[in-house]
Design a protein around this ligand. Structure first.
Ligand SMILES: NC(=O)c1ccc[n+]([C@@H]2O[C@H](COP(=O)([O-])OP(=O)(O)OC[C@H]3O[C@@H](n4cnc5c(N)ncnc54)[C@H](OP(=O)(O)O)[C@@H]3O)[C@@H](O)[C@H]2O)c1
Length: 257
């Protein structure tokens, strides 16, 4: 039996990863802040699939939370074979409309936690000669989009760089870049979604299926939908100024100006 640790497992993309990996027969370690929700989910996955589902309550915006997950990933007696660094959130508003505390919290969860958990996981995976890490970024990594886009660009560059450094070790890393996915993300951030056309929305379960197939193929970057693959082709050719304007209008709610 192999074990997957998923951060941000209570909702959205993380919950979809947990469902899929448990259905595949993996034991899971579910990480997030909401202990009640995590325990309910663990019970459901255990009852439905007969796997072991462990709960680890941790706030990845806090030192203690990151350290607790690092410790779990470094526990060589209970090895983790697959790490899904998925926890994340959006901040409503443009630069200077978001408090510095919220900007820094985002960098802590999206960058520092991803760096430290990836290091903790891959150190023991490399010694065992196998393992995988999926770092959930976003297509926002490829367009000018404030701290959120910048943090996700870091995730892509970091993940592809480490994948190169660990090539041949048996450890695979992949940055996952979804477009808009129907989850709790936008509601939690208080962002309106009325201006996002229906065709742009992705389903979390389908996204996870494609992502895991891409990881199995050895991809280091996954943009898991033909619509967004085409869009990314356009993005590569479009002027940065135009991209910035479009990106700001699509799903980035404005605070007061
Ligand atoms: N939805 C989209 O359109 C979209 C598009 C591209 C990329 N993404 C990325 O996909 C990832 C998952 O987002 P989602 O759409 O699934 O959002 P979601 O439905 O809001 O779920 C976010 C998850 O992250 C957890 N989380 C948030 N802050 C945390 C913290 N400080 N410590 C630990 N866990 C924390 C939440 O659990 P608790 O509240 O219980 O802690 C929840 O389980 C994020 O990295 C996001 O940037 C989303």
């Amino acid at each position: 039996m192999t074990t997957a640790l998923i951060t941000g497992a209570t909702a959205g993309i993380g919950a979809a990863f947990a469902r899929r990996l448990a259905a595949d027969g993996r034991d899971v370690v579910l990480v997030a802040r909401d202990g009640k929700r995590l325990r309910e989910q663990a019970t459901e996955l255990h009852d439905r699939h007969g796997i072991e589902a462990e709960v680890l309550v941790a706030d990845l915006a806090e030192e203690d939370g990151i350290a607790a997950v690092e410790a779990r990933l470094s526990d060589r007696k209970r090895p983790v074979d697959l790490l899904i660094n998925n926890a994340g959130f959006g901040n409503k508003g443009r630069f200077l409309e978001v408090s510095m505390a919220d900007e820094l919290r985002m960098l802590k969860v999206h960058c520092e936690a991803v760096l430290r958990l990836t290091a903790a996981a891959t150190a023991s995976m490399r010694d065992r000669g196998r393992g995988g890490v999926v770092n959930v970024a976003s297509v926002a990594a490829f367009v000018p989009r404030g701290t959120y886009g910048a943090s996700k660009a870091w995730v892509v560059q970091f993940t592809q760089g480490v994948a190169r450094d660990l090539a041949g070790s048996g450890v695979r890393l992949m940055a996952l870049c979804p477009g808009f996915v129907r989850t709790e993300f936008h509601e939690r951030a208080g962002m309106g979604t009325d201006n996002i056309p229906g065709w742009m929305w992705l389903d979390a379960d389908k996204l996870v299926t494609t992502a895991l197939a891409d990881l199995a193929r050895g991809r280091t970057l996954s943009v898991p939908d033909p619509r967004y693959k085409a869009l990314m082709g356009v993005v590569k050719l479009a002027p940065r100024g135009l991209l910035g304007g479009l990106s700001s209008r699509a799903g980035r709610a404005y605070g007061p100006r």
